[in-house]
Design a protein around this ligand. Structure first.
Ligand code: S3P
Length: 177
């Protein structure tokens, strides 16, 4: 079945990996995170790829890894915050999956980015005021791409597992529609 994959898109810190993992577990599906697939494939971390090959190099590898990942069926896949915004990646995803945009405010995105242990070269080293400004600016450029996803779920700051379960139920409900 061509559209049996589920892909979570959205800005850095929206909760794609956290909710994707929980969603996959609750649906008995395999979970993949595109950044982890990229790291496996290259044997390098995301910051290393950015440092050695620049963002352009990273986007090429990301695109290649995405097209191979969506060749599978029955996955829950969390992609990177930039993935839908380069090449025709959003079309590729919409062809091969039901796509869900996890929409969150700049404040929630910042809280999640600060909470998590993930190293993100695009926001590394920014002060709080620089970070919120960067998020506001790049989110407004990226939203037209995110809004091309098939479904949208609004996410508030996640601080406990109960909220994760609540969002998983919400995503499952929306996918039934
Ligand atoms: C990026 C988001 C990151 C990762 C890379 C670039 C972006 O993924 O792909 O650092 O351009 O927004 P997360 O959204 O999982 O942090």
């Amino acid at each position: 079945m061509a559209k049996d994959n589920i892909i979570l898109v959205g800005y850095m810190g929206a909760g794609k990996t956290t909710l994707g993992k929980a969603l996959a577990a609750s649906m008995g599906r395999v979970f993949h995170d595109l950044d982890w697939l990229i790291e496996e494939r290259t044997g390098k971390t995301i910051p290393q790829i950015f440092a050695e090959q620049g963002e352009d190099g990273f986007r090429q590898i990301e695109r290649q890894t995405l097209t191979e990942a969506v060749d599978e069926d029955g996955l829950v896949l969390a992609v990177g915050g930039g993935t839908p915004c380069f090449f025709d990646n959003i079309d590729v995803m919409n062809r091969r999956a039901r796509t869900v945009y996890l929409q969150a405010s700049p404040e929630t995105l910042m809280a999640h980015i600060r909470m998590g242990g993930t190293k993100r070269p695009l926001v590394d080293g920014k002060s709080d005021s620089e970070l919120i400004e960067y998020i506001r600016q790049s989110l407004s450029e990226r939203e037209p791409f995110y809004n091309r996803a098939n479904y949208k779920v609004t996410i508030d700051t996640i601080t406990d597992d109960r909220q994760i379960d609540g969002y998983v139920d919400k995503i499952k409900d929306i996918l039934k529609k």
